[in-house]
Design a binder for this molecule. Structure first.
Ligand code: PGA
Length: 251
């Protein structure tokens, strides 16, 4: 199995100075920890200064979004080559906030994922159902449609890497976490769907992160589940100490 992966999604938080301070503290807190992978996702404006702090450490850099085109007249957008240029290895795609507030569709996310993969970035592809969809018994159907739409035409046969984040929308920023059993059930479903789409070997090489109010006090239960390979953490990653406690969940 590949290493578990923990991402800190800082969303629209932190000035350059705050980002540099947080990542500096994080670097100290998780020194010599090599059994997990750690990625921070600062806002675009802090990517370069955070990169300077993590240079030579085991913390990797990621962006929270990108445009599917390489360059052109797309005011306000950022391309994969720009992200690579600033030192990013990862990019979050299709986060539920992008879907909800910016109208991103599976089709657009698919274009972005293809662009990211062909440029050498590792996409963290987010999927997850809303509360009503879960209550209506449609959670798996929704996640299946999202996965199939976002992965259309992608086979990873060239050895490209991809991460999936299962983030039930009702658990994001709400303090309400999926129980380890609920999360495992969906992660298992995602694994089986990946197996069908990409083949068994690739499906088992893909890390499936849980996201949605992951915290130091609930991470252990989640990480005990066989198909949970890490977490994408929002609120609890803003403070280095709480993010470090999540990353060091085994201690
Ligand atoms: P949260 O956010 O941990 O604050 O719930 C997770 C995410 O949106 O990635």
């Amino acid at each position: 199995m590949p290493k578990p992966i923990f991402g800190g999604n800082w969303k629209m938080h932190k000035t350059m100075q705050q980002a540099v301070r947080t990542v500096g503290e994080l670097k100290k807190e998780i020194q010599n920890l090599d059994e997990v992978e750690v990625v921070v996702f600062p806002p675009f404006t802090a990517l370069s200064s955070v990169k300077a702090v993590i240079e030579g450490s085991s913390i990797a850099l990621g962006a929270q979004n990108m445009h599917e085109k390489e360059e052109g007249a797309y005011t306000g957008e950022i391309s994969s080559s720009m992200l690579l240029d600033v030192g990013c290895e990862y990019v979050i795609l299709g986060h539920s906030e992008r879907r909800q507030y910016f109208g991103e569709t599976d089709n657009q996310i698919n274009k972005k994922a293809r662009a990211a993969l062909s440029s050498g970035l590792i996409p963290i592809l987010c999927v997850g159902e809303r509360l009503k969809e879960r209550k209506d018994g449609k959670a798996e159907e929704i996640v299946s449609v999202q996965l199939r739409g976002c992965l259309e035409g992608i086979d990873l046969q060239g050895g490209e890497k991809l991460v999936i984040a299962y983030e039930p929308v009702w658990a994001i920023g709400t303090g309400e976490t999926a129980t380890p059993e609920q999360a495992q059930e969906m992660h298992r479903f995602i694994r089986i769907t990946l197996e069908e789409l990409l083949g068994k070997e690739i499906a088992y090489s893909i890390r499936i992160q849980y996201g949605g109010s992951a915290k130091p006090d609930n991470i252990k239960g989640l990480m005990c589940q066989p198909d949970i390979d890490g977490a994408l953490v929002g609120g609890a990653s803003l403070e280095a100490s709480s993010f470090a406690r999540i990353i060091k969940y085994k201690e």
